[in-house]
Design a protein around this ligand. Structure first.
Ligand code: K1U
Ligand code: ZN
Length: 175
C-alpha cells in the first residue's frame, strides 16, 4: 500500500465533477486501499478520489473512533436514494482545507447505494458521523467543498487564507 498526496485548496481539480467507474478492477481496489491508508495516516474519517487527483466516483469512510475497531467502507459510484427531512448541524473539516472548521447543516440520515470492492451492489442507511462523512465525501465527487455550504463571507475568508498559505509555500499545521 502507499500514501497518496492530498490536494490542498484552492485547486481546480477539487471543483470538477468526477466520472462513474465502469467496473471495480484490481487497480480500483488498490486505489481504495491506498486512499484508506492515506486517510488513516492524515488522520481523517473519509477521503474522496478527487482529493488525491483521481477524478472518479470513489470514496472511502471510517467513522470509528480511535479506541474502536476500524470499520472501513469502500464505496464506488455512491448514490443517495433517500435523505431525512430532519437536518442537523455538525462541525466539518476537510483534509483539502487543512485547519479550517465550520458548522454545516445536512440531512441527519441518508440511504445510499454503491458498488463495493468486490463489484457487488450494496445499500446502507447511515446516521450521525457516518451520514455526515458520506455526504461530505459525495460532495467532493461533484466538485463541492464544505465551504460551499457556509456564508459567502466565511467562505471568502477561508479561501483567501488558504491562497495566502499556498503562495507562501506554508502548510497551515506548521503555524
Ligand atoms: O474529506 C475529507 O477531507 C475528510 C474529512 C471528512 C469529514 C470530517 C468531518 C466531518 C465530516 C467529514 C475529515 O476527515 S477532516 C478530519 C476530521 O474531521 C477528523 C480527524 C480525526 C478524527 C476525527 C475527525
Ligand atoms: Zn473533504
Amino acid at each position: 500500500m502507499a500514501l497518496l498526496d492530498i490536494i490542498v485548496a484552492p485547486d481546480p481539480r477539487l471543483k470538477r465533477k468526477s466520472v462513474a467507474v465502469a467496473t471495480v478492477d484490481a487497480a480500483t481496489a488498490r486505489l481504495m486501499d491506498d486512499m484508506l491508508e492515506t486517510m488513516y495516516d492524515a488522520p481523517g474519517v473519509g477521503l474522496a478520489a478527487p482529493q488525491v487527483g483521481v477524478l472518479k466516483r470513489i470514496i472511502v469512510v471510517d467513522p470509528a473512533r480511535e479506541d474502536e475497531p476500524r470499520r472501513p467502507l469502500k464505496m464506488v459510484n455512491p448514490e443517495i436514494l433517500w435523505s431525512s427531512d430532519e437536518t442537523k448541524p455538525h462541525e466539518e473539516g476537510c483534509l483539502s482545507l487543512p485547519q479550517e472548521y465550520e458548522m454545516v447543516t445536512r440531512p441527519d440520515r441518508v440511504r445510499v447505494k454503491y458498488i463495493d470492492e468486490n463489484n457487488a451492489p450494496q445499500e446502507l442507511e447511515a446516521d450521525g458521523l457516518l451520514a455526515v462523512a458520506i455526504q461530505h465525501e459525495m460532495d467532493h465527487l461533484n466538485g463541492v467543498l464544505f465551504v460551499d455550504h457556509i456564508s459567502t463571507l466565511k467562505r471568502g475568508i477561508i479561501l483567501r487564507r488558504l491562497t495566502k498559505q499556498k503562495k507562501l509555500g506554508k502548510h497551515p499545521a506548521d503555524e
